[in-house]
Design a protein around this ligand. Structure first.
Ligand code: URP
Ligand code: ZN
Ligand code: ZN
Length: 475
């Protein structure tokens, strides 16, 4: 009997700390050997000249989620096909509570749908939009104890956002029971007021979306939630930092010693507010929140990535179709900007775009890339070292990546449910050629091979990032 089910031979293994030539041996879905000249496996792949990296861990993914009047166009089957095609083997999605719903029921329904459909492994953020006494005092502690150790709250969006007092309760309860709190930070009232002014002035084209959601609204909310977390305790992960000023607020909170961390997304590194001004209604393809900013913000984000203030790059995959009455055109062909659903697809593009902008353009090295897209997100969300690492004992979740391959992105390559990608025509240098989930080939060339239902739910044990203290914890 062979020692290995699979051997990847002669690749350049890249981890968040090292790069070296080695073979990787896999048995029963686990990495069991890393070294030179490993014995023959049942399956073998020669990966000479390729980078062999931990499968991507994408910790901000919306799948099978409700949207008022509209429909997100990826369920677990199609969304995780896109993940596999982009070299991502773990997604952390949302169990999304709507008003009046039991969080526990919502989470169980999501679990059933994800177990049936997901082609990659998955965990859940508990998205709380209706923080009733029952949800906060009873359901949340039980769900955290069962392994869903992250919560999501919104500071904006009608019907979804929480008031500051409610956020304080969530923060304190999450800290007490061992969960991290992810925050969409934008100042709701300011956005509502600006939107009203713009609409009354007849400024309704997609490009006004960026004016209605300025950096000021994001910067203020990041600073405010930092203060709330300092009082209530708990580790906060700021989602989708879009530019310099909010990154600086994150850095300030970190400078005060707070467990206050942040992600950005590839779209904030390549798109700008100018994309909202494309001809006709094309700008709707770039409506997401917070909006893309400026080229100077791209460079500032890279600065804050290099110095560690931002240490995770997620996709914020929140896909709508463009030419669809349930998608970007839900309010009509030329709807005012505030009626266009917020969100873009991005799961499959995350690794190639980040690699191109980061490694191929000389801003970061390949190990930093691995840290940003796999190792740090796995650590932040309690999935490491099972995920996000190439080490003996880790799951054999592996992306084989060709660092020199030139690919111009098209929608067909994304394998998602949307009829467009915001990265159409983007020139990648570096592209995934094969993806393995627990040693099983789930993507090769341009074919998704992983079946629906192959993915497993990842229950998370308590871990360091979930234990930060608040002001009253020392009394
Ligand atoms: O525009 C976005 N980002 N839509 C998805 C939901 C969110 O805010 O994360
Ligand atoms: Zn958000
Ligand atoms: Zn999101």
């Amino acid at each position: 009997m062979s020692l290995f089910d699979l051997v990847l031979r002669n690749g350049t293994v890249v981890t968040a700390s090292d790069q070296f030539r080695a073979d990787i041996g896999v048995k029963d879905g686990i990495i069991t050997a890393i070294g030179a000249g490993l014995a023959a496996g049942v399956d073998e792949a020669d990966v000479t000249g390729k980078l062999v990296m931990p499968g991507g861990v994408d910790t901000h993914v919306h799948l099978d989620q409700p949207a008022p009047g509209a429909a997100m166009c990826d369920d677990f089957q199609s969304g995780t096909a896109s993940a596999a095609a982009g070299g991502t083997t773990t997604v952390v999605c949302f169990a999304w509570q709507e008003h009046g719903q039991s969080l526990a029921q919502v989470r169980n329904d999501y679990l059933a749908r994800a177990e049936a459909g997901s082609r990659v492994d998955f965990a859940f953020h508990l998205a709380i939009t209706d923080p009733t006494e029952e949800v906060i005092s009873t359901e949340l502690p039980a769900l955290i104890a069962a392994g869903d150790r992250s919560v999501k709250v919104f500071m904006t969006y009608d019907g979804v956002r929480l008031q500051d007092g409610e956020i304080l309760r969530v923060l304190s309860q999450a800290a007490r029971h061992g969960a991290l709190v992810c925050v969409h930070a934008e100042h709701h009232e300011l956005i509502a007021w600006l939107t009203q002014q713009l609409v009354e002035a007849g400024c309704t084209a997609p490009r006004f979306h960026a004016l209605a959601k300025p950096m000021l609204a994001e910067r203020e909310a990041v600073a405010r939630v930092a203060a709330l977390a300092e009082a209530a305790g708990g580790h906060v992960q700021i989602f989708h930092v879009s530019g310099r000023e909010s990154a600086e607020e994150v850095a300030r909170a970190q400078g005060r010693g707070r467990p206050f961390t942040a992600e950005t997304c590839p779209h904030y590194l390549v798109l700008t507010a100018e994309d909202l001004n494309r001809p006709g209604f094309e700008g709707a393809k770039f409506v997401f929140g917070p909006p893309a900013r400026t080229r100077a913000d791209h460079e500032s984000l890279w600065h804050h990535i290099r110095n560690g203030v931002i240490d995770v790059i997620s996709s914020d995959h929140s896909p709508f179709r463009f030419d669809d009455p349930k998608g970007k055109k839900v309010a009509g062909e030329h709807a005012p900007f505030h009626k266009i659903p917020n969100g873009i697809p991005g799961l499959a593009a995350r690794l190639p775009v980040t690699f191109t902008e980061g490694v191929s353009k000389g801003r970061i090295d390949a190990s930093t890339f691995v840290a940003l897209v796999a190792t740090n997100p796995a650590k932040r969300f309690g999935l490491y070292p099972r995920k996000g690492s190439l080490a003996i004992g880790s799951d054999a979740d592996i992306v084989v990546f060709d660092p020199g391959r030139r690919v111009t992105l098209t929608n067909a390559m994304m394998h998602h449910g949307s009829d467009y990608t915001p990265y159409e025509g983007y020139d990648c240098v570096g592209f995934p050629v094969a993806t393995y989930l627990r040693g099983r080939l789930i993507f090769k060339g341009d074919r998704v091979l992983g079946p629906p239902g192959a993915g497993k739910h990842l229950a998370r044990a308590p871990y360091l990032a979930t234990s930060a203290k608040g002001m009253l914890d020392t009394l």
